[in-house]
Design a protein around this ligand. Structure first.
Ligand code: ADP
Length: 248
């Protein structure tokens, strides 16, 4: 089923022992867009991500993916549908090279690693694809570097490459530029733009320069509720948003 919205939540609620962390969130993520979820600390962004990837069960409400009700599905089922969170299934192995990590990502994604190990040619095919993915994220020259030795920003790029190996339809990025210096922020911002060319991206991001430069739609969360939504020009001029960021 094709709908304009790849992902929708309807009155999504999550309580923690009576504390309402997510309080009736209605998100609509349009197919093909970069959609940013922003808001002050404690607003409920991580909880929403955990609900979407099924790491948490909602207290009430619904999650629809491509029009299907996925509220009751397990994390693996949702991942198989193509909803993949970077840094979740893609944790890299520190003592393997960048290439080996992406290769493992590809083997995992196909779910048929055994099949790939038999004929030598298949391994070559796998490595060709792994190299392509490394090139996509700007890591070609780092292919043989052991992951633990990669600079921080490059490690995050590698995590994006291993996530891309699963060919996600909707990629969830959890603060992709967190802790990065200016140069890495710029590189990862461009990378997100690139990977979003043929998929939908939903990201939690604090860096407003990043959000304003690449997000098509922004949802602003405060105390578990969406208080503003739209393009950057709209939400950044919304008095409620200004108050949310200055108040508290
Ligand atoms: P954000 O990601 O926007 O900073 P979170 O989703 O992490 O916000 O948290 C939203 C609120 O829910 C916070 O007040 C936080 O303390 C609370 N919270 C999150 N997870 C739990 C939990 N497992 N148990 C109790 N409270 C939680």
């Amino acid at each position: 089923m094709t709908t304009d919205y790849i992902l929708e939540t309807r009155d999504l609620v999550r309580e923690f022992k009576g504390f309402v962390a997510v309080n009736g969130v209605n998100l609509k993520v349009r197919r093909g867009q970069i959609h940013a979820l922003i808001g002050p600390n404690g607003a409920g962004k991580t909880t929403v991500f955990n609900l979407l990837t099924k790491f948490l069960i909602p207290t009430s409400g619904k999650i629809l993916y491509n029009g299907h009700d996925i509220t009751a599905e397990k994390p693996a089922q949702v991942a198989r549908r193509g909803v993949v969170r970077s840094f979740q299934i893609s944790a890299t192995f520190p003592n393997l090279t960048a290439l080996e990590n992406v290769r493992i990502g590809l083997q995992r994604a196909t779910g048929t690693s055994f099949h790939f190990w038999k004929p030598e040619r298949s391994l070559d095919v796998l490595d060709d694809r792994a190299m392509e993915l490394l090139e996509t994220v700007g890591l070609s020259e780092f292919a043989d570097i052991v992951t633990v030795e990669l600079p921080y920003g490059r490690k995050r790029a590698l995590e994006i490459a291993t996530t891309l190996a699963t060919e996600p339809e909707l990629m969830l990025l959890d603060e992709p530029t967190q802790g990065m210096g200016h140069e890495d922020v710029e590189r990862v911002t461009q990378l997100i733009k690139k990977v979003a060319a043929n998929r939908t991206v939903l990201m939690v991001e604090h860096n407003m320069n990043v959000v304003s430069s690449i997000a098509d739609t922004i949802s602003v969360l405060q105390r578990g509720q969406v208080i503003s939504e739209g393009p950057y020009e709209t939400v950044s001029a919304d008095p409620q948003v200004l108050e949310a960021y200055m108040g508290n």
